[in-house]
Design a protein. Structure first.
Length: 176
């Protein structure tokens, strides 16, 4: 053994680890989660989905915390606790309520329902954004009523255009 495990053996002394059972007990007390189950239960109760965290990542973390908080094989009770912890951890209250309405029995079923609802909500948001872009009122620039100055400029521009056409016409050879 090396690192912290070797340090535990060194500080415990020979009489604490002279049998396999004593050694195993010593290492479990130091590195095991037996005494930390309550800590993991509290972490499970307060677990919330982080911004940007996927539903699958939340699912796996809830599964990990369940395994640490309730050591042993999964049973009906731990499955219910896991499912409820997952639904409570959802960051969107509306999503949480909709998943609960579907009454999923297992944690996996709660995940599938949540993914479906989140995908539907994403599609609806995209449709709404597209509709708002499509039906956005067009902006119209205001026009300024012509003034005597603008009339004068337009008159000069028309005269210059007429002069240009006349000079271009003089440059062309006559067509027979």
């Amino acid at each position: 053994m090396s690192g912290q495990a070797a340090e535990v053996l060194w500080t415990a002394g020979a009489e604490s680890s002279d049998t396999y059972e004593k050694l195993l007990s010593l290492l479990r007390n130091r590195f095991g989660s037996d005494g930390q189950a309550e800590k993991f239960r509290a972490e499970l109760r307060t677990r919330r989905r982080r911004p940007g965290e996927s539903l699958r990542a939340l699912f796996h973390d809830v599964r990990r915390l369940i395994a640490l908080a309730y050591p042993g094989p999964m049973n009906t009770t731990t499955e219910i606790v896991a499912r409820d912890a997952f639904i409570d951890a959802l960051d969107n209250r509306q999503l949480s309520l909709r998943v609960r309405e579907k009454e999923p029995i297992t944690l996996e079923e709660a995940l599938r329902v949540a993914i479906r609802f989140e995908a539907d909500a994403g599609a609806a948001d995209a449709d709404h954004a597209e509709d708002s872009r499509r039906h956005r009122p067009r902006q119209v620039r205001g026009a300024v009523a012509p003034s005597s100055e603008s009339d004068s400029l337009m008159s000069k521009i028309r005269q210059m255009e007429a002069d240009r056409r006349k000079s271009v016409g003089l440059l062309r050879p006559p067509i027979f």
